[in-house]
Design a protein around this ligand. Structure first.
Ligand code: 5GP
Length: 204
């Protein structure tokens, strides 16, 4: 175990804002961050792999994990469960490594309750029109469904108040740079570095 535990970063935001794209881009580069692979009951999509994109589990297995308290948070999203296995997060943080979660807003609010020392980053759409385009662009969804999703997105945007940082996703590369600068700054917080500098003074 290291002296100092790692930092838990949570990237969240309304559906359609591009959380997955920003997260994937961030992890394409060399990083010390550890991505917490979520568990889901949704079907695997082409190109995805178990233990890489998600841990794909049955509804029964997922509900058993909930019952055993093995999830740090979970949410039902479009009729499927998504959740963060607790053990990986706790062990990795205890080993002094930063952990990164990319989750939807209901789950992020649960983490905020259970782990308020986490750093909460809200990914913000460049505009509601843009968000509408992205939600519409996903497929041949009915006008009613698109309107519902947009209404939901508005409610999700109102949850921004629970977060520490807001990053606008006007450009993926810029958004990734902003997230990286938040991570860097959090490591320079006085509370985190003070002990190490005090040791230097004591050694004089
Ligand atoms: P997708 O099915 O497109 O991979 O993901 C759908 C949504 O689930 C995305 O908004 C993603 O951020 C969210 N998500 C992925 N993993 C988790 C998780 O462990 N917990 C929660 N609450 N949401 C998650």
């Amino acid at each position: 175990m290291k002296d100092e535990s790692g930092i838990l970063f949570i990237l969240s935001g309304p559906s359609g804002v591009g959380k997955g794209t920003v997260r994937k881009k961030l992890f394409e580069e060399k990083t010390d961050l550890q991505y917490s692979i979520s568990m889901t009951t949704r079907d695997m999509r082409p190109g995805e792999a178990d233990g890489v994109d998600y841990f794909y589990r049955s509804k029964e297995d997922f509900e058993q994990m909930i019952e055993n308290g093995q999830l740090l948070e979970y949410a039902k999203y479009v009729n499927n469960y998504y959740g963060t296995p607790r053990a990986y997060v706790e062990e990795t943080l205890a080993n002094g490594k930063d952990v990164f979660l990319e989750i939807e807003v209901q789950g992020a609010l649960q983490v905020k309750k259970n782990f308020p020392q986490g750093v909460f980053i809200f990914l913000f759409p460049p505009s509601l029109d843009e968000l509408k385009n992205r939600i519409e662009g996903r497929g041949t969804e009915s006008q009613e469904l698109v309107l519902n999703r947009l209404k939901e997105a508005r409610t999700e945007i109102e949850m921004m108040h629970a977060y520490d940082y807001v990053v606008v996703n006007d450009d993926v590369n810029l958004a990734v740079d902003r997230v990286k600068s938040i991570i860097q700054s959090e490591h320079l917080r006085r509370e985190r570095v003070e002990k190490q500098y005090k040791k230097i003074l004591e050694a004089e």
